[in-house]
Design a protein around this ligand. Structure first.
Ligand code: HEM
Length: 504
């Protein structure tokens, strides 16, 4: 027994020595400063995961604007100077832009790889996204969202007496419910064969989405979904509803979903459930950030009397110019793209809310050894490493944004009340000053639609409802840091608010 323990002891010591000798990278000449961390394989992952902003700021102070960290066995080069972002993007030919996103999608949603290089599909998914989320396709999508938001916000089934009374609800739950349901209907249409059970089905989808989304950070970190029984069940149920046979029963599918169904059938070797899981990935991408971003825009606006006043005036003017009236009858308010784009105050409120709440990590794989030439110097980068941006560092930089933790509704307005795009770092005008949607070839293809739907939501809230916080002095809830890196952070606690229909 003692001998067996001794042998095991020797094996462990030899492994540790081998790891120390072979597993720790040493910094070569011309490479960025290196943080290996103390834990084998994990490297700095625990400190990074606990608070990325704090961790990156500390390294920035120690090493300057460019440094390398070992995270989960990978070497990630962080570029933290916003003046260098543009130059990094000029080195795009050395990046395998989508490798990280493709791998993460397969891991989290449970389909095989959607990278055409892996041979399971030949669909150029980015081309599909751009074709169906931007340009002409954006008109139809935005129009459908406006109608669905109104269907969800003013369900005509409610008796007028109930609608005339104040309703109290958690603001985050309200935003979650409305944006999830309206977004689901906009992308995946309506099941006209089962209208009576439609609502119950939607509520089940909503619960399943919440359950699955809760463990999303754990799945991205590499934990297997089998560890989370309820969330696993929720994911499979959501995917079930998105099988092609179920989608074919639905009317008014978006161009995005119709085209993805066609291309999945023609170009992939995925089975039915895998195809459904690729649709679930689209559902997640379209809702997971929009929901908290909508909450923050509404919350920050309601909390600031000046923001409320300015936004209400802008909304009333748009409504008047469009010759439209809010009524409780069935006619929907419609706004075209020009009218939506001509609301700089709502735009500024949305940008400022995104600045304060978004914490996305943009990460690209490196295809071959190359030298990165940027403002901060020249750095040798090795094949299979990663290049990363963490724009929250810029969003909260007091030199670029004075008083960075304060919500200023007009931060993105110039002296003429038009959109402001002049922000400076070190006296130099920034090309990139707000990046909640990522950048480069992987920049969010749904960003134009996302801003439209948030604006539509705020527009309808302001024009259809009287709004009040239950506690007018309520503190701003903290951001849920467990999701840092994934996009817009939700609030850690909900905030009660009251709403009542106007014009009854
Ligand atoms: C406030 C709302 C949103 C935010 C903050 C947001 C942010 C992001 C970010 C940071 C990325 C990753 C970019 C990168 O890897 O560099 C991304 C990717 C993506 N987003 Fe959004 N997004 C939002 C809404 C939407 C909407 C409404 C859609 C509609 C379908 C959408 C579809 C996608 C897709 C498909 C990708 C993956 C792109 C790829 O890997 O090529 N997003 N988004």
């Amino acid at each position: 027994m003692v001998t067996v323990s001794l042998i095991w002891g020797i094996v462990v010591v030899v492994c540790c020595c081998l790891w120390l000798i072979l597993g720790i990278r040493t910094r070569r000449k011309g490479e960025p400063p290196l943080e290996n961390g103390l834990i084998p394989y994990l490297g700095c992952a625990l400190q990074f995961g606990a608070n990325p902003l704090k961790f990156l700021r500390a390294n920035q102070r120690k090493h300057g604007h460019v440094f390398t960290c070992k995270l989960m066995g990978k070497y990630v080069h962080f570029i933290t100077n916003p003046l260098s972002y543009h130059k990094v993007l000029c080195h795009g030919k050395h990046f395998d832009w989508r490798k990280f996103n493709f791998t993460t999608s397969a891991k989290v949603f449970g389909h095989r790889s959607i990278d055409p290089n892996d041979g399971h599909t030949s669909e150029n998914i980015n081309k599909t996204f751009i074709k169906t989320l931007q340009g002409d396709a954006l008109d139809a999508l935005t129009e459908a969202m406006m109608e669905n938001l109104q269907l969800v916000m003013r369900p005509s089934a409610l008796p007028k007496t109930k609608m005339a009374a104040w309703e109290t609800e958690g603001m985050y739950s309200f935003c979650y419910r409305v944006m999830f349901e309206a977004g689901y209907l906009t992308f995946f249409g309506k099941d006209l064969t089962r209208q009576d059970s439609q609502r119950a089905l939607m509520l089940r989808n909503l619960d399943n989405f919440k359950q699955f989304d809760k463990i999303f950070p754990a799945l991205v970190a590499g934990l297997p979904i089998h560890m989370f029984k309820a969330a696993h069940y929720a994911r499979e149920k959501l995917a079930e509803g998105l099988r092609h046979e179920n989608l074919r029963r639905r009317n008014c599918l978006s161009d995005l979903v119709s085209l993805r169904m066609l291309l999945n059938d023609q170009l992939s070797t995925f089975d039915d459930l895998e195809k459904a899981k690729t649709h679930l990935a689209v559902l997640w991408a379209s809702r997971a950030n929009t929901i908290p971003a909508t909450f923050w825009s509404l919350f920050q606006m309601i909390r600031s009397p000046e923001a409320m006043k300015a936004a209400t005036e802008e909304v009333n003017k748009t409504l008047e110019d469009a010759g439209q009236k809010i009524s409780f009858e069935d006619n929907f308010i419609r706004l075209n793209q020009r009218q939506l784009n001509d609301m700089p105050i709502l735009d500024s409120i949305i940008k400022e809310s995104l600045r304060l709440s978004s914490a996305s990590l943009t990460i690209w794989a490196v295809k071959k050894d190359f030298t990165l030439d940027i403002e901060d110097g020249s750095f040798n980068i090795r094949k299979d490493d990663f290049i990363a941006f963490y724009p929250q560092l810029m969003h909260l930089d007091p030199e670029i944004y004075p008083d960075p933790l304060t919500f200023k509704y007009d931060r993105y307005l110039d002296e003429n009340g038009k959109a402001k795009n002049t922000f400076y770092s070190n006296g130099v005008k920034l090309k990139y000053y707000i990046m909640p949607f990522g950048s480069g070839a992987t920049i969010c293809p749904g960003r134009l639609f996302a801003v439209h739907e948030m604006k539509q939501f705020l527009f309808l809230m302001l024009s259809c409802f009287e709004l009040e916080l239950v506690d007018s002095h309520v503190k701003c809830p903290p951001l849920d840091q467990s999701r840092a890196g994934l996009g817009v952070l939700p609030p850690l606690n909900d905030i009660e608010f009251k709403y009542k229909f106007k014009y009854l």
